[in-house]
Design a protein around this ligand. Structure first.
Ligand SMILES: [Zn+2]
Length: 100
């Protein structure tokens, strides 16, 4: 791997764009979605270290819905066809913000 070092703003860490609302946020504020290997299914990569491409989303159902409507997840994951986001939807439904 010969990846040239890319300058990142000090103190900000790595910033990613939410594929739902298109707002930029630090990685720590977003959830990474990846494809399950050898399948058209997407899953939440909680450790954010799975190989391959990832789609970043706020842990917010509204962002998932937006991404779904725009087919942003298959696009971000460079999927050739539709992606089954059932597992991601389930993950989000257990993480609905505002609940204590
Ligand atoms: Zn968002």
């Amino acid at each position: 791997m010969t990846t040239p070092p890319s300058p990142s703003p000090p103190g900000e860490g790595q910033v990613r764009t939410c594929v739902g609302c298109r707002v930029k946020a630090p990685r720590s504020a977003l959830v990474r979605v990846v494809l399950v290997p050898q399948s058209p299914r997407a899953m939440v990569d909680e450790r954010t270290d799975a190989p391959g491409r990832g789609a970043w989303l706020h842990a917010d159902r509204a962002c998932l819905d937006l991404a779904d409507r725009r087919r942003a997840i298959p696009r971000a994951l460079r999927s050739a066809g539709p992606v089954d986001t059932t597992a991601v939807t389930e993950w989000f439904s257990t993480r609905t913000p505002g609940q204590t």
